[in-house]
Design a protein. Structure first.
Length: 274
């Protein structure tokens, strides 16, 4: 199990997972969570992903909307977190001292967090809560999203430009909130950059969380047909391999991905373009 720490950044709690030991600074993976899912429900996924050579940071922002409070992820967090964790890594008394390479960053997301992040990547401005002009940070090297789509209802049926950023879209075959067919359609519309589509057979919208249908989160009425730990293990594994290939420029990981494309087993199917 990876060590765990919580930081308060700009009045917001950020949960950080990292390996117990490492040979040098670790790339930073910023994970934007789903609507009303507390960061603790991603602990298994984050711990497993950290073992592939990452410091995994999960912010827990609260944004006030008319008539209600709603938890959601904002792309404005990216550069704030990058800068704050860079400072944290320079503090001698911090458990993260000299452990973060803030110039190699991955962006991950689930559900609404993934939608907002994917919108920022393709500059589609599909999510009404997004505002202002932005460009992708130079430190951003790859992105992985689970249960997240760019709906043609918002963007129209047009190609999505990922600006050369490697993007992996992952789906559960039993997801009724973000159906796998819609995730795959979004994948097919990505027109540039290395890309990967992974589908977990039997997983629903919450295959990436510790438990199915976490409290307070939108309900997925379709129960999974695969054990939760099996879905989690596969999602963390392939996320780790993809990010090692593109964030850490690991030739072995990249070659393994290319070798496995088109292969389908009882749990996972993969397709991609590299």
């Amino acid at each position: 199990m990876s060590p765990l720490t919580s930081q308060t950044i700009g009045g917001m709690t950020v949960t950080v997972h990292y390996p117990a030991a490492s040979d040098g600074p670790l790339a930073l993976a910023i994970f934007l969570k789903g609507l009303n899912v507390t960061p603790s429900h991603y602990s298994y996924y984050a711990q497993r992903l950290a073992q592939y050579g990452f410091v995994v940071a999960i912010p827990d922002p609260i944004t006030r909307l008319p008539r209600r409070d709603e938890l959601f992820a904002s792309m404005g967090l990216f550069e704030d977190l990058q800068a704050s964790l860079r400072r944290e890594g320079s503090r001698v008394d911090s458990p993260l001292f000299q452990r973060i390479d803030s110039e190699r960053v991955a962006l991950l997301g689930h559900s609404q967090g993934g939608i907002v992040a994917l919108d920022a990547v393709v500059n589609a401005s599909a999510v009404p809560l997004m505002s202002g002009d932005y460009s992708l940070p130079s430190a951003l090297k790859a992105a992985v999203f689970y249960g997240s789509v760019m709906s043609v209802e918002f963007t129209g049926d047009r190609p999505l430009d990922s600006h050369g950023l490697p993007v992996a879209l992952m789906a559960g075959s039993r997801d009724s909130l973000m159906p796998a067919a819609e995730v795959q359609e979004t994948y097919e519309r990505l027109q540039s950059g290395p890309k990967l589509y992974l589908e977990v057979e039997g997983s629903n919208h919450y295959g990436i969380t510790n438990v199915n249908n976490p409290p307070q989160a939108p309900l997925d009425p379709r129960l999974p047909d695969v054990a939760q730990d099996m879905a989690l293990e596969n999602l963390a594994r392939w996320s780790g391999v993809f990010l090692r290939a593109w964030v850490l420029e690991d030739a072995i990981a990249r070659g393994y991905l290319q070798q496995m494309l088109g292969i389908t087993d009882s749990v996972v199917s993969l397709q991609g373009e590299f």
